[in-house]
Design a protein around this ligand. Structure first.
Ligand SMILES: C[S@@+](CC[C@H](N)C(=O)[O-])C[C@H]1O[C@@H](n2cnc3c(N)ncnc32)[C@H](O)[C@@H]1O
Length: 185
């Protein structure tokens, strides 16, 4: 029953995003994200860039009630919609939608994230990562969307995760775009 509910909400958000040209991760790149979450089984997840809560729900669907997802959204109206959508999806993890600029919110978060999903302003990925780096556990995953089409805006971020020696990083090409997946060493 819960699985039907969550799928119903996901399909309706996909339709809404298509009609309103909203930049959700969508089912194709979303499959890469859900596979990563299913394998890693993170207990604490941080998402930056909530929009409607679509990717939040995709991740939550893979996790149990012991998991917590904190998601940050700068736009108050989108954050309200996301709260409503995550509630309707009846997923098991606790979901906290925080409203504000991720750069202001991150420093106030408790440390100990097992997975971070970066999906807000691409040019801010590096700054976000630097702010949250000391809140990552060893072996945590940092997943950055749009590392194909926005590689230029993310250049500093991609250079850092690929060459700093602090991460093992790989690019997964998908859906004429890609996702950078970096493991904190
Ligand atoms: C690509 S959308 C997120 C899509 C969502 N992750 C999904 O796949 O369903 C990017 C979102 O990031 C939000 N955003 C942009 N800059 C932000 C910031 N500095 N802090 C928090 N959220 C931000 C935007 O308002 C927008 O809703």
């Amino acid at each position: 029953m819960a699985s039907n509910k969550v799928d119903e909400v996901l399909r309706s958000l996909e339709r809404m995003a298509e009609c309103r040209y909203l930049p959700i991760i969508g089912p194709v790149r979303g499959k890469v994200l859900t596979d990563l979450v299913r394998r890693a089984k993170p207990r604490r997840v941080l998402e930056i860039g909530t929009l409607l809560g679509y990717s939040t729900i995709l991740m939550a669907k893979e996790l149990g009630s012991e998991a917590e997802i904190i998601t940050i959204e700068i736009d108050e109206d989108e954050a309200e919609l996301a709260k409503e959508n995550t509630r309707k999806a009846e997923v098991k993890p606790r979901i906290r939608v925080l409203v504000g600029d991720a750069l202001d919110v991150i420093p106030n978060l408790e440390e100990g994230f097992d997975l971070v999903f970066l999906d807000a302003a691409k040019s801010k990925y590096f700054e976000c990562l630097k702010l949250l780096e000391n809140k990552l556990n060893k072996g945590s995953l940092v997943v950055a969307d749009n590392a194909g089409i926005f590689a230029f805006s993310m250049r500093e971020y991609l250079d850092y995760v690929r060459n700093s020696g602090k991460y093992r990083s790989r690019f997964i090409e998908v859906d004429r775009d890609g996702i950078e997946v970096s493991i904190r060493l």
